[in-house]
Design a protein around this ligand. Structure first.
Ligand code: ARG
Length: 464
């Protein structure tokens, strides 16, 4: 422990011995919360202006505080700041340096404030900044999906249920499914931002303060849309961080599903797509390997974000009001969540528009597995059969196809008529892959015309 801090602490008559060196290191957060230095300084500037406005700091003192804080920020950004574990956290490190720069006025800055409302403010500002950086990355990914969907509006691939060939779909339609998922994630994040963007500053330690503070003024200076209406709640809850992490976990869940498909599709067994080489790596032993590392890693990183969500929920579970030191544990999960989400989004936003679709392969794959069997059943319903009967007829035709190694569209009219004499020449219009997808021509359907319409809607949405 530094002499200075030791004296400072001992001078508070409350303590009769100095903090154990291990405990000092164990309880410190400066190793990680220095990441919030900008938000801490931003919050201090607003607080200083407010206490000056209400007459607690003079004009000259305010000027000194602002100049000093600017210098502190410059030192941090130049890598010249001397972080000290004795000063425990970002708040005390900055205040101590400010005081060494401008003298006693530095000590006045904390009037009417506590580290409890200070840290709650910093985290809210931090998450808000991150949300504002994440949203454009999500938009970039959506733009990539729209580019790909438009390019592949007519490309046909097998659609799956249970990972078994079900019905043909267009590749563009499949991409737009991802677009919809990301769109809901964007909405979740925008909604979360409203609650994050609330000022707890002025809650002080837990009960508010005796000084004539102006909370609306600090909120306005910091761009907060609202002010917390209960000081105990303001310093203690971290539900907004949980909400943000829940958004992140959901987004990662979506990206993990997307990843899984990219991994499958780029395998030698599927060969539906090629991932550009710059998103892949080789093997040190098997020369033929091209590994889809980026989607694999995103799939894997989903786990840590789920873990962070669970950490934060458990951190808050059963905490009595108001602030508890437990809350210091909110930062590392939050920081890692932010890094993981930003990295994963960046990788996907870069990769998606560069995906190469092997159209002949996906087309041939859609032909296998009797993907137009439902179309034949619907056709027979059109000829007057009850759906259950037509299902039965098609089942027999498929069994014949399996035995003879033929797709339904490859059977002769006579063969098909052997299963049902109502079948006529026009059956081949529905048995082709093109006919099958084109027939699903309604909002949300896979027809190329619907994909184009959805792309047009997506472009309007993205232009907002
Ligand atoms: N480093 C602390 C945190 O992250 C700041 C608030 C500390 N407040 C206190 N009363 N010890 O939560």
């Amino acid at each position: 422990m530094s002499n200075e801090h030791n004296q400072q602490k001992l001078s508070s008559a409350r303590f009769s011995e100095s903090t154990d060196a291990f405990v000092e290191a164990f309880t410190a957060s400066i190793q990680f919360d220095q990441r919030m230095y900008k938000q801490d300084i931003q919050g201090s500037i607003a607080h200083a202006k407010m206490i000056s406005k209400v007459g607690i700091l003079s004009e000259i003192e305010l000027k000194d505080v602002l100049t000093g804080l600017q210098q502190v920020q410059d030192e941090i950004e130049a890598g010249e700041f001397n972080w000290s574990i004795q000063q425990e956290d970002i708040h005390m490190n900055i205040e101590a340096r400010l005081t060494s720069l401008i003298g006693i006025t530095g000590k006045k800055l904390h009037t009417g404030r506590s580290r409890n409302d200070q840290v709650a403010t910093d985290i809210r500002l931090f998450i808000r900044d991150e949300i504002d950086a994440i949203l454009p990355e999500m938009k970039r990914l959506q733009q990539g999906l729209v580019v790909l969907a438009e390019r592949e509006a007519d490309s046909i691939m097998p659609g799956f249920t249970h990972l078994q060939t079900a019905q043909p779909v267009t590749f563009g339609h499949h991409m737009l499914a991802w677009f919809e998922m990301i769109k809901r994630d964007v909405e979740r994040l925008q909604d979360c931002r409203k609650r994050v963007n609330t000022s707890p500053l002025g809650s002080a330690a837990l009960a508010g303060t005796t000084y004539p503070i102006d909370r609306a003024y600090t909120a306005e200076l910091l761009g907060f849309e609202r002010i917390t209406e209960n000081s105990l709640d303001g310093v203690s809850d971290r539900d907004f961080a949980i909400e943000f992490t829940a958004f992140a976990a959901t987004l990662m869940m979506h990206l993990s599903r997307f990843s899984e498909e990219l991994v499958l599709w780029s395998s030698a067994q599927f060969q539906f797509i090629d991932l550009p080489d710059r998103f892949c790596t080789g093997s040190s032993i098997m020369p033929q390997k091209k590994n889809p590392d980026v989607p694999e890693l995103v799939r894997g990183k989903t786990g840590r974000v789920y873990g962070h969500l669970m950490s934060l929920l458990t951190l808050m579970k059963s905490q009595p009001l108001a602030y508890n030191k437990d809350n210091q544990e909110d930062k590392e999960p939050l920081f890692d969540t932010v890094d993981t989400v930003r990295g994963s989004l960046r990788a996907f936003a870069d990769m998606v528009p560069a995906l190469i679709v092997k159209r002949e392969v996906t087309y041939e794959a859609a032909k296998r597995g009797f993907s137009t069997a439902t179309d034949l059943a619907d056709y027979l319903v059109g000829k007057g059969l009850a759906f259950r009967d037509s299902h039965e007829v098609v089942g027999l035709a498929v069994a014949h196809g399996i035995q003879s190694g033929q797709d339904l569209s490859e059977m002769s009219l006579e063969t098909l008529q052997g299963f049902c004499d109502q079948i006529t020449d026009d059956v081949f219009d529905v048995l082709t892959l093109e006919g099958s997808v084109a027939a699903r021509d309604h909002l949300g359907g896979t027809a190329p015309s619907q994909v184009r319409a959805a792309v047009a809607r997506a472009k309007v949405y993205l232009a907002d």
